[in-house]
Ligand binder design. Structure first.
Ligand code: SAM
Length: 257
């Protein structure tokens, strides 16, 4: 996981160049392909015991999706036509699993590059009998470009993205005008893009970007943050931020065209 200290990593921590997905003996991706663009994350090895890795491979075989699978056919993947919610950067996945359980009428897709987080999410989902969830362990930018159909999402969730708080690292922040436009393309008209952060400077940037992004309407009113919605469970990072006395800012924008 890109913990807050990952935001202190020097530029030289960028991933080495590879053109193919590296996989372990179970076919689980170990890395992401390297594009020359700046990444919003730093992949960390994390710790998974050999036994847990085997379990992870088993779970991934059931609920995992891959870049190589290409453009998604949601009905084929989920076996129903329920609306689809995408979450980018779910961390350890606790709040995502809670949302899956609370909203059985929705299908969820999570994207995360942190292997132990994906493993934990899949284990929790298995233990709790969650069926309405599928997962990518990959860079969300690539998955959005190659796997998520246009005009297909009911909701996009971006909860507590890495703040990259040092000025020289701000350019790594995932929320840019270009990202907002990519998400707009993937949402259905009337679908929403829900962001939350506990980093005030990032909240201000999110507001500035989203207010200037074409085709969106701020459902809280122009230039306003959204009150914290009850339907968003507390995430690990929000919990940590609260303990540090951070505020929390939610922003929800609707695709209008
Ligand atoms: C600060 S953590 C927040 C995790 C979780 N949403 C929470 O609130 O506890 C941000 C997460 O986004 C993930 N992430 C960042 N950029 C990503 C990308 N391009 N694709 C997939 N995951 C990404 C990181 O690996 C990290 O786990």
């Amino acid at each position: 996981m890109s913990d807050s200290d990952s935001n202190d990593l020097p530029e030289s921590s960028a991933q080495p160049e590879t053109t193919e997905v590296e996989r372990d003996e179970h076919g689980v991706p170990l890395n992401v392909p390297n594009a020359k663009r700046i990444k919003s994350f730093v992949v960390r090895k994390g710790r998974i015991s050999p036994a847990h890795r085997e379990l992870y491979a088993e779970h991934f075989a059931q609920k995992g999706l891959t870049l190589e699978g290409g453009k998604l056919d949601y009905a084929a993947v989920f076996g129903n036509d329920n609306p689809v919610v995408l979450e980018v950067g779910f961390g350890m996945g606790k709040s995502l699993v809670e949302m899956c359980q609370a909203n059985l009428h929705l299908n969820y897709i999570g994207i995360e590059v942190h292997t132990p987080g994906v493993a934990r999410l899949l284990r929790d989902a298995e233990e709790m009998g969650v069926e309405n969830l599928r997962v990518y362990e990959f860079d969300a930018i690539e998955i959005l470009a190659h796997c998520i159909p246009d005009d297909s999402l009911q909701t996009m969730q971006l909860f507590f993205p890495d703040p990259w708080h040092k000025a020289r690292h701000n350019k790594r922040r995932i929320l840019t005008l270009q990202f907002a436009e990519t998400i707009r393309k993937k949402l259905k008209v009337g679908g929403t893009f829900h962001m939350a952060t506990d980093w005030e400077h990032y909240a201000e940037q999110m507001l500035e970007v989203m207010e200037s992004a074409p085709g969106y309407e701020n459902i809280a009113g122009k230039g306003e943050y959204h009150p914290r919605p009850d339907f968003r469970p507390l995430t690990k990072f929000e919990n940590r931020g609260e303990k540090l006395g951070h505020g929390v800012w939610d922003l929800i924008y609707k695709k209008v065209n």
